[in-house]
Structure formats: C-alpha cells, structure tokens
Design a protein around this ligand. Structure first.
Ligand SMILES: Nc1ncnc2c1ncn2[C@@H]1O[C@H](COP(=O)(O)OP(=O)(O)OP(=O)(O)O)[C@@H](O)[C@H]1O
Length: 394
C-alpha cells in the first residue's frame, strides 16, 4: 500500500488533515510526524508517495526537511503548508523541489485537489521511470544479441564506424564474405540509432523471385496480378520510421534495381497496380558478398544505384584476416551454447585455441560457431588440441 506522511507540530491540525484525507484517499496508509526531525528519521527508513509538511516547526523546519529529503530520496513529492507570514518561504520551497503549497487557514477543497494532483504526478513519474528502465533493459538485450565480439584492429574500426554512422541517417553498404558478420553490423547500426524505436525490416533480395520483388518491396493492390487476392503493404512501407535492410543486394535483378533506385531518389513508393505514391521515411542499409565494382563492369549492377547505396561503406573482413578475434569468439560462443543448454561453459585450453587459429575459415564466423558447438558437445573439459584434431576435419 502506498503511504502519505503528514508532518505537523500542531496535533489538532495533523488530526484534521488525517481524518479528511484518509476519508478521501482510502487506498493510502497515513503516518504522522510531530516535527521535521521525526519526519526525516521516518523518511530515511521508509518510502512515501507524498509528504504533506508544515513549514514552521521546531527542531527541523519544513524547508530543511524538504532539502534533506531531496538529497536522499529526490523522487519524494512534497506539498507544503504555510502560515501567512511564510508565503515567500513557501514559494522558495517550490524552487527546492516541492510540488505545491497551501496556505493556512486550509481550504479543504484546495487541499484535496492539490494532494490528488501531487499523487498523480508522483505516480506518473514512477510509471515513466519504470517504462524507461524496461526500455533500457530491452535495448540492452537487443544490443547483446547483436553484440560484436573481437578486439582485432579491424573489428575495433568497424565498431567505431557503426557508432558514428548510427548517429546519422546516411545509407550504408556493408560488404564482406559469407558468414563474416554483415547482418550483425546492419542490426548494430539500427539498434544504436534513433530509429531503434521504429522497425527493422529485413529483405533477402536473393531469396525473392525477380517477378515478385517489386510487390515484396513496394506492396500491391488487390487484383494487380494473378494471386494478388488482397491489398498488401510492402517492406518499405513496413519499415517506415525505421530501417530497411536489403541483404544480398548484389543478387537483385536489373529491373528491381531500377525500381529501388526510384524509391531511394524520391523517398516515395508506389504499390504494384496503383498510381498512388506513398511517402516513406526509411533508412536503407544494404549488404552484399559480391564485388559490386566487378558487377558494374559486367553490366549486372547499376552504377547509379551503387552510388546511392554506398554513402558509407563498411567492409567486414574474412575471419582469416583477423584471427586475433578467435580466442574471444570461441569463449563467447562456448558461453552462448552453454547458456542455451543450461550448462556451465566449457573452457578451451591454449593449445586448442592455437590449433583453431591454424585453420583457414572459409565459412568465417558462422563456421567457427558451428565448430565450437561441435567441440563443446564432443570434447573434454577443457577442450584440448587433441579434441580439435579428432573432431574438426578441415
Ligand atoms: N563479431 C562477431 N561477434 C559475435 N558473433 C558474430 C560476429 N560476427 C558474426 N557473428 C555471428 O556469426 C554468424 C554469421 O554472421 P552474419 O549472419 O551477420 O554474417 P553475414 O556476413 O551476414 O553472412 P551471409 O553473407 O551469409 O548472410 C551469426 O550467427 C552472427 O551472430
């Protein structure tokens, strides 16, 4: 039950306040202190939704009580009660953090309104605080999922770039071989940006047949082609206010590239079969494992689209080019796998790590994760170089 503290040296007044307010506010518990010092001792031990305090009191005045409480429990809401002579002091109390003051003789209606408003404000602040902390916890969880492990200079440079580009709305092209972490970079950019409040919509351009990509990206209206049985929104519209991640952009047909180019130039999309144009506010992040310069030279990728997409280019190097990241990645994956299985994480001894560093990782980090999982299941604890020799065929 939430509590209200009444601080008043005149027992007759505290008694009246108590009986009026306890009748109005049946959901609250009341406590009475006879002076500021007694109140401070109570406040040090317990939390109150509201303190209603007289200003002029022996031992510790209401003003001093307010100041002391703001030091230890700044979230406490105060309503001050002032005599005629101390109106100026009451106004100063507002500057020191009190919510309101009521002058004597007390007008009952004014008292009840002020107390109810003060309680509402306190509860709103509490809700706001708990929503903020819930939001922060969620963000931390998301950020953890897309955490980029490693301390090689290459990875540190990528992390630094992510931090910088996340603060902007610039389009980003992420390049690098399969399994190197391009998708992770895209998620990290979104998660660290202001747009993280909005959606992150992923499109795997290689997985969508070229005749369907336009409808997938921009939506369609009912009847615009066989199979369009109802209106459907496209991925650009779904990503409004957030980020669209165009994965494997190098595999998109030239026809689809032309349409994406138009959407990027105009920040508008037209659903298939409609002449309506929809304005969208979307940040575009694209990724490819192809060498787009070569694709352009071969006439397979539009140069104008390349320039639109690659305002910032982040290259994620192959794991073989940053083997220094292997020890931390192994430890990270071993811990993740143990968490998934509800076991304690297995250790890898130095020789096992050295053996893993000897390999060539053509499947990059994805392949390393699979190998760690195999070794965690099949190997001893700690996982040894013999385990690596026995269970990893490369
Ligand atoms: N630095 C890293 N730290 C931790 N995990 C990583 C890191 N880089 C990649 N991973 C993990 O490795 C796997 C492959 O990464 P991701 O899917 O981002 O690669 P990709 O380059 O997008 O691959 P593809 O081109 O095949 O789509 C994922 O499980 C990802 O979480």
């Amino acid at each position: 039950m939430q509590k209200i503290l009444i601080v008043e040296d005149e027992k007759a007044i505290s008694g009246v306040l108590h009986s009026i307010l306890s009748e109005e506010l049946t959901d609250y518990e009341f406590e009475i202190a006879n002076d500021g010092l007694e109140a401070l001792k109570i406040l040090e031990k317990e939390d109150f939704s509201l303190v209603i305090s007289d200003i002029k009191m022996p031992k510790l005045s209401g003003t001093e009580l307010l100041k002391e409480t703001m030091q230890i429990k700044p979230e406490t809401t105060f309503v001050m009660i002032s005599g005629h002579a101390d109106i100026d002091t009451a106004v100063n109390c507002l500057k020191d953090g009190a919510y309101d003051f009521i002058s004597k003789p007390i007008d009952i209606n004014r008292l009840i309104t002020s107390v109810k408003n003060a309680l509402d404000k306190g509860n709103l602040q509490k809700d706001n605080k708990s929503l903020k902390s819930e939001n922060n916890q969620l963000k931390k969880k998301v950020n953890k999922k897309y955490q980029m492990i490693g301390n090689s200079p290459a990875l540190k440079m990528i992390q630094d770039m992510i931090e910088k580009v996340a603060a902007s709305d610039a389009r980003v092209l992420i390049t690098g071989p399969n399994g190197a972490g391009k998708e992770l970079v895209a998620h990290a950019i979104h998660a660290q940006s202001e747009r993280s409040k909005g959606p992150m919509v992923e499109v795997n351009c290689a997985a969508i047949p070229s005749e369907l990509i336009e409808s997938e990206l921009f939506g369609h209206v009912k009847g615009s082609f066989t199979g369009a049985i109802k209106d459907k929104s496209g991925k650009f519209e779904q990503a409004n206010g957030g980020t669209i991640f165009l994965d494997e952009i190098g595999d998109m047909s030239l026809v689809a590239q032309a349409k994406v180019l138009r959407a990027l130039q105009e920040s508008k999309v037209s659903p298939v079969g409609s002449d309506k144009e929809i304005k969208v506010d979307v940040r575009v992040v694209a990724a490819t494992n192809k060498d787009l310069h070569k694709e352009i030279a071969d006439g397979k990728f539009r140069e104008d689209l390349f320039h639109r997409l690659s305002v910032i280019e982040i290259h994620v190097p192959a794991l073989d080019d940053r083997k220094d990241d292997i020890p931390l990645l192994v430890e990270h994956f071993a811990k993740n796998i143990a968490d998934e299985q509800g076991n304690a994480a297995k250790k890898f001894d130095d020789k096992a790590i050295a053996a893993l560093k000897q390999f060539s990782w053509t499947g990059n980090i994805r392949e390393l994760r699979n190998v760690v999982e195999r070794l965690v299941i099949l190997g001893a604890n700690p996982v040894s170089a013999e385990d690596v020799a026995n269970f990893v065929r490369k």
